[in-house]
Ligand binder design. Sequence first.
Ligand SMILES: [Zn+2]
Length: 312
Amino acid sequence: MFKTWIGSVFYRHDTGVGHPETPRRLDAAVDGVGRAGLAGTFVRNVTTHPEAGRIIAKVHSLDYEREFEAACRGGMRLFHSLDNPISPASFSAARGAVAEALAAAEDIWSFGESTRAFVIARPPGHHAERTEAMGFCFFNTIACVAEWLLEQQGIERVFIFDFDVHHGNGTQHLFEDRDDVFYASMHRYPFYPGTGARTEIGEGRGRGYTLNIPMEAGDGDAAYLRRVEDEVVRVIDDYAPNAILLSAGFDAHRLDPLGGMNVTEQAYGEITRRIVELAEKHCRGRVLSLLEGGYDMEGIAASVADHVRAMS
Ligand SMILES: [Zn+2]
């Protein structure tokens, strides 16, 4: 069983006129799910979860969370940098994203009601550091899901595959000294945010549990599929995860105005099929995919359609 999760609170995070991280991205993702014939899979407005606050406090500092909440409540328009516009509802949206993702994870890993899920939310999360907002991100949602999963019985190894065109600096830094979360990222490099060199492989206990696959500007399907086949498949087989999470950004799509890459929706479908096969082999097929970036509306819709079709 496949489910798609979406909530109205995510429309209320207002980034202002002309910002690429717009609420229209939600409509594009919803449209993509419909194009795949999966409009019947929506779960709507489950955007609170009893454990959301506790898990956010595990990933971020309490001071950071309070500072973010106060900035939103106080009517500030930016948080930490020019990249991160906020509005009064931004805190609720960011917290709601974590809650929705936890609800989707619980549905899969605790209740067994679904096998795979696509979580549509914004703001995105993978650039958010423990105490710093970056790159349109405030709470690191995928990291929150990983922390929650590791509290569940029988889950000792979580694999995060991040195929957003940008390196997920926040996710890497949160887990780089640990071996219970493997972080693998394919991203344009050098590019924003500047991290994600091939030589960043983790530290201490976590050495060898971070994989960075730098891609060149303009790379397309062949380069992406080759790297997945040669590197991502191998590390998933070696790691044998109990759970697989996807940081699903679609900003490497050929239409994307920020990414500068040439990936088509067919390649996103192919990559997703490969991940699902590996999940079937290692972790009962269970995959949670979370929307990260993607800034062309047709690029998002087409990519999401092929992505969710491969998961359904
Ligand atoms: Zn991105």
